[in-house]
Ligand binder design. Structure first.
Ligand code: GCO
Ligand code: MN
Ligand code: MN
Length: 388
């Protein structure tokens, strides 16, 4: 029986803003002290995590003087080194300050866009200084309530201009840093531009150098849009664009709940872990979630440990699923190939077209044959419930 004890090799990460979430919501004040970055680094290393990620202002207050910034960063770097914790990803807070109330890169005011670029260049420098190799862009305020006020086509052009600017900034500085774009359909804006991972994948292809940009899909965000998260992640993976991933859980049809990984939709979580593990996704498994508002600090660490433990339990379930003779026998039957037919369909040629046109295929019989998916799904559920 595995002990499900995480180690840094599992590459689990948390944001300073995740365990640091004090439980404030639109209707209520904080219920617990914000856990400091230094304490977080120490606790996460004890729990077996690999790293911490951050927005610039999770670590350095927006009004810090250069001397304060240097002191805070030096102290943080010492804690990282003392506890063997990495910073694989960094990002910019382009949503909290009132200046961003109508967007950052998509603000119609060039002064706001210039400020957003200035802030992001500084935050990129900070991320690189801390060792980050992935830089996330989540455009929380890049949206609208009043569509009559802003031309959505211009908004996209401004967004592209800023992303291109930053791509060249990274190249110009010789940084080893890739961008990961994170979509969300709404919240905090009424609607956010580039609402889903699919939108982001299409947008990336319009940038000056798409090769350095991928996506950072989040479970909750695709679920808010009513989408199948595993399908979105699979598309990104297949395109070589899965640069990062935000794991959490979400009930359908609600605000962004950022729940503990696996706490809702267990089958979806299982299939997600299966996808990541079967395809050996090499990146960090980042938990972008926070503890329930009912919790004190102990509850926060229960939450962090729970995210990692559930991932490892699901990984073990994947192993069982993949090793189960009945399941694999059924899958072999369901997925039985046909080398001859597949060869014909692999690419077009006049010969292949003639051969396919001449095939006699049993339409009626194929339409009648059961696919045995009831059986397969039940066996999947039984693996999940611990009955196999
Ligand atoms: C959210 C987002 C954020 C981002 C984070 C890093 O809905 O609040 O998921 O947590 O992931 O800002 O970019
Ligand atoms: Mn979120
Ligand atoms: Mn996120």
């Amino acid at each position: 029986m595995p002990d499900y004890q995480p180690t840094p090799a599992d590459k689990f990460t948390f944001g300073l803003w995740t365990f640091g979430n004090p439980g404030r919501d639109p209707f209520g004040e904080p219920v617990r002290e914000r856990i400091s970055p230094l304490r977080g680094v120490q606790k996460l290393s004890q729990l077996g995590a690999y790293g911490v990620n951050l927005h610039d202002n999770d670590l350095v207050p927006i009004d810090a003087t250069p001397a304060e910034r240097d002191r805070i960063v030096a102290e943080f770097k010492r804690a990282l080194a003392d506890h063997g914790v990495r910073v694989p990803m960094a990002t910019t807070n382009l949503f909290s300050d009132p200046i961003f109330k109508d967007g950052a890169f998509t603000s119609s005011d060039p002064k706001v866009r210039a400020f957003a670029l200035q802030k992001t260049m500084r935050a990129i420098d900070l991320g690189v200084e801390l060792g980050a190799e992935t830089y996330v862009f989540w455009g929380g305020r890049e949206g609208a309530e009043v569509d009559a006020a802003k031309d959505p086509v211009s908004a996209l052009k401004w967004m592209r201009e800023c992303m291109n600017f930053l791509i060249y900034y990274v190249k110009d500085n010789g940084y080893n840093l890739r961008f990961a774009l994170e979509a969300k359909p709404n919240e905090p804006r009424g609607d956010i531009y580039l609402a889903t991972t699919g939108h982001m994948l299409a947008f990336i292809e319009t940038l000056d150098d798409p090769s350095v940009c991928g996506v950072n899909p989040e479970v909750a965000h695709e679920n808010m849009a009513g989408l199948n998260f595993v399908h979105g992640v699979a598309q990104a993976l297949e395109m070589g664009k899965l640069f990062h991933i935000d794991l959490n859980a979400q009930k359908p049809g609600r605000f962004d709940q950022d729940l503990r990984f696996g706490s809702e939709d267990l089958k979806g979580a299982f299939l997600l872990v299966k996808l990541l593990e079967d395809y050996q996704y090499p990146g960090p498994r980042h938990f972008d979630a926070h503890a329930y508002r009912t919790e004190d600090e102990d509850g926060v660490w229960e939450f962090c440990a729970g995210c990692m433990r559930t991932y490892l339990i699901l990984k073990e379930k994947v192993r069982r699923f993949n090793a189960d003779p009945e399941i694999q026998g059924l899958l072999a039957e369901i997925r039985a190939g046909d080398a001859h037919l597949e060869g014909l369909m692999q690419s077009f040629s006049p010969d292949n077209a003639r051969a396919i046109a001449a095939l006699s295929i049993d339409r009626i019989g194929l339409g009648r044959a059961g696919r045995r998916y009831e059986k397969l799904d039940q066996l999947t559920i039984e693996v999940l419930l611990g009955a196999r």
